[in-house]
Design a protein around this ligand. Sequence first.
Ligand code: ARG
Length: 491
Amino acid sequence: MKKKLLFMLALVVTLLVGWGATSTTAQAATDNSLARVQKKGTLVMGTSPDYPPYEFQATVHGKSKIVGMDVAVGQKIAKGLGVKLVVKSMSFDSLLVALQTGKVDMVISGMNPTPARKKNVDFTHLYYQGGYSIVVNKSEKGLYKDKDSFKGKTIGAQTGSTMYNESKKQTTDTKVKGMTSVSDLILALQSHKLAGVAMEKPSAQAYVANNKQLAMIPSHFNLSASDTSAAVAFKKGSTSLVTAANKSVDQIRKQDLVNKDYLPAAGKYLKTNTVNTSMWHYWKAFLTGVKYTLIITVCSVFFGFILGVLLSLARMAKGGVIKTALRWLATAYVEFIRGTPMMVQVMFVYFGLGLIVNLPALTSGIIAISLNSGAYIAEYIRGGINSVDDGQTEAARSLGLTNTATLRYVVLPQALKNIWPSLGNEFITLIKDSSIVSIIGVSELIFQSNIVRSDTYRGVAPIAVIMVLYFIMTFTASRILNYFERRMQHD
Ligand code: ARG
């Protein structure tokens, strides 16, 4: 039995790995990238909007929007191709994965075309040269001169960025801490968890201009020109698309559009950005977050319950070959899901399944969480059914009820009473754990709070707000569930 279970697991893993491997090698045989984008009519740009003036969130006519010079570059390229630009926000370290798995058509995110990246994606010509700086607390500015002044201290850099790698390579006795978002790094700096944050000079200037408590110093990193210049990334092998995009990029360079036009325009947004930083001002964003959190939770518990019932029945199936196979499959599934982190599952559904069918982030999130929840719910149900006394089944059977009828009318209703509290717990857990889907860009509560944080440059207040909102949701849910639990005890 154990051996067979192991075999099943090995099979599942082999299939998954094999699938991943073939899907990356199969690409780029023929290059129809340009034709594909033009047929589709949209050019989807992936970016990490925590990097003013390159890209950042700003409130335009009461709506949060991604703006910045990179968006202008994207618009110019899209116009050159005769298609519409769609901007998709995600964390910097998942941008290239999103590109490779076809979630976005191009990445513009102040990204430097380093040799390592060039191995995996294709870059256009350079559109802008930045250079590195280090942001410090103004009160400590006197202590630091450049990258060599941080001995015994910790500096921060965005995970997956060139600053992160260079800070590791080019400093001694300095700890380098990586975080997913630059806004978080700034927060950590202000609460003195970090002594400095390395980033591109224009970005450093933007953060300093927006926050009186910050200052900047030169980095004096030893860098090549392409390490400090930004280019647009496309999927490996999309030569036709890169060639077409290069026409716009060359124009941008030749007419110096970034300095003359895109940067001043971005600067205007930066100023309007800090006008109203009250949390009340953002109630709509928080409300959207609550809405999506609840949608994800309700859908996932619903589908998870259906899956859970099926799985638990399969796990309890006894008899012929098919039933035994079903039992093994269900057991392998439950073990596999419970043995891997939900975060990995969410990324797998979004990026992995995405290679076959292109699902939107929200759908992917609901699928992943339902699949995950189903495995747990299956165990609750199995436990609940097992807890119903055997005498009940025997009595029902001797009264002439069929197996199915016994299960449906006698066992399941009693089991449900036992399962209800665990099911309620699962619901409450999912309200909190659904926050994981923010990594694939679903606009749930955490995602919204990140937007508000980068919009207002305020770190703690949005976190406090969502903490209260999460509590209100879980507390209300647990009251409601308790009420039904008590009602059920009475019947
Ligand atoms: N230029 C650096 C890099 O290519 C950092 C870019 C960060 N961009 C951003 N949108 N956060 O790694």
